[in-house]
Design a protein around this ligand. Structure first.
Ligand SMILES: O=C(O)CCC(=O)C(=O)O
Ligand SMILES: [Fe+2]
Length: 211
């Protein structure tokens, strides 16, 4: 069979094929970075490097591509409402280096812009990381704002444990007699609860707290 790349339908097919290959390559590369970071963070908690990363072997990886069109009245709109990601670790690429991502400062709760740096990924700690570590690492509340003149693009890669994992403070992390701060549920229940909750800051995680 001959392939005519100049035919519109074939061109579309070829583009889809290239897109798929590129996305597969990107996902694999970014997963490697996430696993490496999970190893370093485990060590930082005094654990064996594989303790958290091994829960992601065969785990869930999802990629979201965000497109924010420009808006003349940008101050009246929010691109992405304040939230924390529900996963372990999110790696965000601010594709066209247009400023928009903001994180909520811990002290005064003010919004702090995250300047795009060419070729750099932003790493967001997610809710499952906070739960796993019984609050030693806190998930970060963030939002995305709109630019008045320029469109903005970001690619967020989410990394979660396997679907059969249990979501709760890890035994390996807890000190003897330490107070357990979060509920323990199976991953499926956790996801069902998350997707049925409103995207509203860290309110979902609040409901996972025991006290
Ligand atoms: O657009 C951004 O920089 C952030 C996107 C984001 O927070 C998300 O997709 O969960
Ligand atoms: Fe997010």
């Amino acid at each position: 069979m001959r392939f005519w790349p100049d035919k519109p339908a074939n061109l579309r097919l070829a583009s889809l094929f290239v897109f798929r290959l590129t996305l597969d390559k990107y996902s694999a590369a970014v997963k490697e970075v996430a696993d490496g970071l999970l190893g370093v963070m485990s060590k930082n908690l005094g654990l064996e490097p594989g303790v958290i990363a091994e829960k992601c072997v065969g785990g869930i990886q999802a990629v979201r591509m965000n497109y924010y069109p420009p808006c003349a009245e940008a101050h009246k709109v929010v691109g992405f409402a304040p939230h924390s990601d529900s996963d372990l670790l999110t790696l965000v690429l601010q594709v066209n280096e247009v400023q928009g991502l903001q994180i909520r400062g811990r002290g005064d709760g003010r919004w702090v812009p995250v300047k795009p740096v060419e070729g750099a990924l932003v790493v967001n700690v997610g809710d499952i990381f906070e739960i796993f570590t019984n609050g030693r690492y806190r998930s970060i509340e963030h939002r995305a704002m709109i630019n008045t003149e320029k469109e903005r693009l970001s690619v967020a890669a989410f990394h979660s444990p396997i679907v059969h994992a249990t979501i709760g403070p890890l035994r390996e992390v807890m000190a003897h007699g330490e107070e357990v701060l979060y509920k323990t549920v199976d991953h499926e229940t956790f996801m069902r609860l998350f997707f049925s909750a409103k995207l509203e800051g860290k309110s979902f995680l609040q409901r996972m707290k025991l006290t």
